[in-house]
Ligand binder design. Structure first.
Ligand code: SF4
Ligand code: SF4
Length: 299
C-alpha cells in the first residue's frame, strides 16, 4: 500500500497539540481560493519553479519541448498550463530552482522517516498530523498510516475538510486520537462560490463527529471578502453553540504568507493583493464567539 504526499513538515506547532510531524497528502476535492497549499490540489506530481533561485542561465530552455519554460522580455517564465511534468528540466538546473512536488511513500517508510521525532512527541504531548490536500481521498493509505503510528503509541490527528460521506470517517476514527475539521461558511452559495463544493455534507458530518466520541476541534479560516460578515459569523457561532463535545474552536485569520507558492507553481493566485484582516476585525468576531460561549483560540 502506498500513497502520494507533497512533504512531511517536522517540528510543527500549529497542527494540533505539542510538537508534531505533519504529513501533507497530495490531492484535494475542494479549491478554496485562499488555500496556502496549492501544491496539494492535484493528485499528480508537478513541477515547482523557485523564481528566487533562478539565475536565468537558460539551460532548461534547451530541454523543455513544450515552451512551459520560456524567455519573455529577457526573463525566464514558467507557464504551468503548458507543462507536461516530464521533469527533463530538473537535472539541467544546477542552482536547484526546479523541483518535482509529489512523492509516493508507504506507511512504513513514513514511520522510518518520522521515528527520529518520537522523543519530541513524548516530551511535548505531540504526535503526527495527516493534512493536505484532503487525506480522506486516500482513505485506505491513511488508515494504514494511522494504524501503524497508533500501534507505536503515537498520538494521531486528522486534518480534514469533512466533505466525504460519514461512513468513510467511521472506518478511520478508531485509529484517530484527534480530528481537526474545517467549517468554512454556513451560507452554501458562498461556500460553493469560494471553495467549489457544497457544505451540506460538512455540516451533517460535524453533527456526526459530535456524537462519535472522538475528540475534535473545529477550525474556521477568517477570509476577507468571504466569511467576514457578522451574519456569517453569528451563523457559525450558532452551530458551534449546539455542539456538546467540541474540544476547541480555532479561528484562523487569513495571511498572505503562502502567496509565493502560487508564483512557484506558475498559477494564478485568486487572492493576490488581499491582506490579513485587521486586529480590530478579529477582535469583533472573537467577541461574537464569546457571546455564544464558544471555547476558542485565534491561531
Ligand atoms: S517538466 Fe514541464 S517545464 Fe520541465 S521540461 Fe517538462 S514540460 Fe518543460
Ligand atoms: S536552468 Fe534553472 S536557473 Fe537556469 S534558467 Fe532554468 S530554472 Fe533558471
Amino acid at each position: 500500500m502506498d500513497g502520494i504526499i507533497t512533504s512531511v513538515q517536522r517540528m510543527s506547532v500549529h497542527d494540533g497539540p505539542g510538537i508534531r510531524s505533519t504529513i501533507f497528502m497530495k490531492g484535494c476535492n475542494l479549491r478554496c481560493r485562499w488555500c496556502h497549499n496549492p501544491e496539494t490540489f492535484s493528485f499528480a506530481p508537478e513541477l515547482e519553479w523557485i523564481k528566487t533561485k533562478c539565475i536565468g542561465c537558460q539551460a532548461c530552455l534547451d530541454v523543455c519541448q513544450t515552451g512551459a519554460l520560456s524567455l519573455i522580455n529577457g526573463n525566464i517564465s514558467f507557464h504551468k498550463g503548458g507543462c507536461t511534468a516530464c521533469f527533463d528540466c530538473i537535472p539541467e538546473c544546477y542552482p536547484e530552482a526546479l523541483h518535482k512536488i509529489g512523492r509516493r511513500v508507504t506507511p512504513e517508510s513514513l514511520f522510518g522517516e518520522i521515528e527520529q521525532d518520537f522523543p519530541f512527541f513524548e516530551e511535548s504531548g505531540g504526535g503526527i498530523t495527516i493534512s493536505g490536500g484532503e487525506p480522506m481521498l486516500q482513505k485506505l493509505f491513511v488508515i494504514s498510516i494511522l494504524k501503524l503510528f497508533r500501534t507505536g503509541g503515537i498520538h494521531t490527528a486528522l486534518d480534514t475538510n469533512l466533505s466525504v460521506p460519514w461512513k468513510h470517517y467511521e472506518q478511520l476514527l478508531p485509529y484517530t486520537s484527534l480530528v481537526m475539521a474545517d467549517l468554512k461558511a454556513m451560507d452554501n452559495e458562498l461556500h460553493e462560490k469560494w471553495t467549489g463544493g457544497d457544505n451540506s455534507t460538512i455540516i451533517r458530518n460535524i453533527r456526526n463527529l459530535d456524537e462519535s466520541g472522538t475528540p475534535y476541534f473545529i477550525r474556521t479560516p477568517f477570509i476577507p471578502g468571504f466569511n467576514d460578515s457578522e451574519k456569517e459569523f453569528r451563523s457559525i457561532a450558532g452551530l458551534l453553540s449546539t455542539l456538546k463535545n467540541m474540544k476547541r474552536f480555532d479561528l484562523l485569520p487569513y495571511h498572505p504568507l503562502g502567496n509565493w507558492k502560487y508564483v512557484n507553481l506558475g498559477v494564478e493566485n485568486p487572492l493576490e493583493g488581499v491582506t490579513a484582516p485587521a486586529s480590530r476585525d478579529i477582535q469583533r468576531y472573537a467577541s461574537i464567539l464569546e457571546e455564544y460561549g464558544i471555547n476558542y483560540q485565534v491561531n
